[in-house]
Ligand binder design. Sequence first.
Ligand code: SF4
Ligand code: SF4
Length: 98
Amino acid sequence: MSDTKVPDKLYQLTGDNVASVGKGLYVVNTGLWRYQRPVTDPDLCKRCSACYMYCPVGCKVELNTHYDTNLDWCKGCGICAEVCPANAITMFEEVGEE
Ligand code: SF4
Ligand code: SF4
């Protein structure tokens, strides 16, 4: 068993998202890590679910017309855009709140 401590920056205790990290159960708002966001074109999406399967934080949401993203969890890694066979997902830089 590892005694590795979780750095303070990796979790917050005020969000809604919960993840198992190391030995404990921590609230991890992975959406705060994002500097770019995926935007899906519903007309191009074939609903193949590749983005759903490859998203490392499980934040893809199946809608009737296409797969979209729960931005509370999306960390902006861009994997979904890379694996999408229809090029339906474009990554856009986040515009920070000043
Ligand atoms: S990978 Fe692309 S085509 Fe497939 S469900 Fe996701 S957005 Fe749609
Ligand atoms: S950018 Fe990364 S975290 Fe966000 S939806 Fe795509 S695969 Fe998931």
